[in-house]
Design a protein around this ligand. Structure first.
Ligand code: CDP
Ligand code: CDP
Length: 224
């Protein structure tokens, strides 16, 4: 039987992590874990309850009371919070622009990382995020760091917004993405950073299929 490894995919917003991670998980019949969705789910609840995003203790209490379930579905993955389907609402502009402020708190990260490690303990996982290769799964057999220019990433999100019928402005998106990149890269605990042993792929001018093929070549070397 082929070995069931763990695959870590990190990178900044809209580099293509979740699209590619889902496709790889499908090909290998692995579980896909979107760690960004976990931070988004907590942010959604905090905003809903009017909790100050600076109040780490209140956030951690809320998290202890928040059961986050990532359930595979035809469209990729459903995100449930205490049984409520929040798959779409956690992608809202309000949540997107607040999530880095929640994710910077060390105690919040500690609890999230414990949950993420528990999900990966038996292998057979493709996990995407910001600190998977550096911190959550430092022993992952395959580590990939995806990047792309901020212009291209903003264009990708713009296209998605238009397709969903959301209002969207390319220049605003570019600024919002750059701000989130900066917050994620400069925070003190487990910042967005390429792991030393990660393979870096610049996806700016690559198709989704090309990125998947490159990663699958590396994966196949490790599982044979
Ligand atoms: O989809 P997108 O790349 O825009 O974001 P995401 O992966 O859903 O992550 C949302 C936010 O959660 C990031 O901007 C980070 O602030 C935080 N995050 C994190 O701190 N650590 C992770 N492992 C994953 C996400
Ligand atoms: O998860 P992350 O925020 O890194 O990005 P994503 O949500 O997977 O990808 C953002 C958008 O870029 C999606 O609509 C993808 O279809 C698109 N994409 C692309 O056009 N070319 C790639 N090489 C990768 C993703």
């Amino acid at each position: 039987m082929r070995k069931r490894i763990n695959i870590a995919i990190d990178g900044p917003a809209a580099a293509g992590k979740s699209t590619v991670a889902k496709m790889i998980a499908k090909r290998l019949s692995y579980i896909y874990i979107d760690t960004g969705a976990m931070y988004r789910a907590l942010t959604y609840r905090a905003l809903q309850q009017g909790i100050s995003l600076d109040d780490e203790q209140a956030l951690i209490s809320l998290l202890k009371d928040t059961y986050i379930e990532l359930r595979p579905s035809h469209e990729g993955q459903l995100v449930l919070v205490n049984g409520e389907d929040v798959t779409n609402v956690i992608r809202s502009k309000e949540v997107t622009n607040a999530v880095s402020l929640v994710a910077k708190h060390p105690l919040v990260r500690e609890e999230m990382v414990a949950r993420q490690r528990a999900l990966a303990k038996n292998g057979g996982v493709v996990m995407d995020g910001r600190d998977i290769g550096t911190h959550v799964l430092p022993n992952a057999e395959v580590k990939v760091f995806l990047k792309a220019s901020v212009e291209e990433r903003a264009r990708r999100r713009h296209k998605e917004n238009i397709a969903r019928g959301f209002p969207s402005d390319l220049e605003t998106l570019k600024k919002e993405i750059a701000r989130r990149d900066q917050l994620d890269s400069e925070r003190e605990v487990a910042p967005l950073k390429k792991a030393e042993d990660a393979i870096e792929i610049d996806t700016t001018s690559l198709s989704i299929e090309e990125v998947v093929e490159r990663i699958m070549e590396i994966v196949n070397e490790r599982i044979e």
